[in-house]
Design a protein around this ligand. Structure first.
Ligand code: FES
Length: 354
């Protein structure tokens, strides 16, 4: 029985480029022209181009760092007493634009000025790969690093790392910045504008103009978007707080009450009124299309449906978690109030606990 070592039919003295050419040839690709931009490495012109590309990467890194700093340091629009917030969005746009421009220009310049000129012709056909071809393909991948000149261009390697690393931090800026902006509420990720509401100290549900809501103002089978009746309650500062106040038909309300009772959650409705978070638990869109005949609440983004009479459990679509309920009641003056914050964190299923 004969053994066949990978690459046994290849000359051990072949260079990286020889392997690439051979691999391409066996794949039916003939490299008919190959000319490095700089046959003699390290010329002044090559180094000048490298410095130009490096400066583009570093510009991208500096802009990405500035984006993160601006996001964290500048107050947002709802902070009273500040006026610099008006520059926040333009500055974020400018720094993000410079970041993407720097990376894009660096890659294009690298490709145009340093990549070798190459013409390859390929004949298309079916082929079952064997060991030698796998070796050649691997060599091709490794040689790409050489082709890009990454190994022998430490300046570009370091500049690319320095430029791209802050771009990764961009993704974490909103969550880190959000926490740093509101140090008095470190639990901001788990509570909404209804935080602190109790039976003795309820918070009214209000419209976006701040006016309180009476139960009879929501028609049977109808709905209304409500916000916490606190300063800036309907502003972007409490964007995660909005509730959908729904007035169920009498028999549907009874079904929900029985469901809540069976789970030990009675006392969360105000007569036929029920309130759920309006933030879809899939990806955070406003779930607000209420279909009163079937008692389904539809999220228009990806068609998740929640059954209102069954604790807003998802019954269709990608959402896997029910909409958090906002326990409500009616105060002495006849207005709808929240007697607690939402019963669990609002928003996408990321927050779901085991
Ligand atoms: S965000 Fe609601 S279904 Fe995707």
């Amino acid at each position: 029985m004969s053994t066949h070592e990978p690459g046994a039919d290849l000359d051990p003295g072949m260079t990286g480029f020889d392997l690439v050419r051979e691999g391409a040839r066996r794949d039916g690709v003939e490299i008919v022209h190959y000319a490095p931009k700089f046959p003699v490495p390290g010329t002044r012109r090559e180094r000048r181009i490298e410095r130009t590309i490096a400066s583009m990467f570093l510009l991208a890194g500096a802009a990405a760092t500035a984006f993160v700093v601006i996001y964290i340091v500048l107050p947002v629009g709802y902070s009273p007493g500040y006026n610099s917030h008006k520059w926040m969005t333009p500055l974020l746009g400018l720094t993000l634009g410079l970041t993407l421009l720097g990376i894009g220009m660096a890659i294009i310049t690298w490709q145009k000025k340093l990549f070798p000129d190459e013409i390859a012709v390929q004949s298309r056909h079916d082929q079952i790969p064997n060991e030698a071809e796998r070796t050649l393909t691997g060599a091709t991948m490794l040689n790409m690093v050489e082709e890009l000149g990454i190994k022998r261009r430490p300046l570009l390697r370091r500049a690319a790392l320095a430029g791209l690393a802050p771009v990764g931090i961009l993704a974490a800026a909103p969550i880190i910045g959000g926490l740093l902006k509101d140090p008095h509420h470190p639990d901001i990720l788990f509570h909404t504008g209804f935080a602190g509401a109790t039976k003795d100290n309820p918070i009214r549900l209000v419209r976006d103009d701040g006016s309180p809501i009476r139960p009879e103002e929501v028609s049977v089978g109808g709905q209304m978007t409500a916000y916490p009746g606190i300063p800036d309650g309907s502003s972007v500062k409490y964007a995660d707080s909005s509730a959908l106040l729904i007035r169920l038909r009498a028999d549907d309300a009874l079904t929900l009450q029985v469901n809540l009772h069976s789970r030990g959650n009675e006392g969360r409705m105000a007569g036929d009124l029920v309130a759920y978070s309006k933030i879809c638990t899939h990806a955070g869109c406003p779930a607000s299309l209420y279909e009163q005949q079937t008692n389904r609440l539809l999220c228009p983004c990806h068609q998740s449906q929640f059954l209102i009479t069954n604790n807003a459990e998802p019954i269709f679509g990608p959402a896997t978690r029910k909409l958090p309920m906002l326990p409500i009641s009616v105060d002495d003056e006849g207005y709808v109030v929240a007697v607690s914050d939402y019963t669990e964190p609002v928003g996408p299923g990321f927050w779901e606990r085991p």
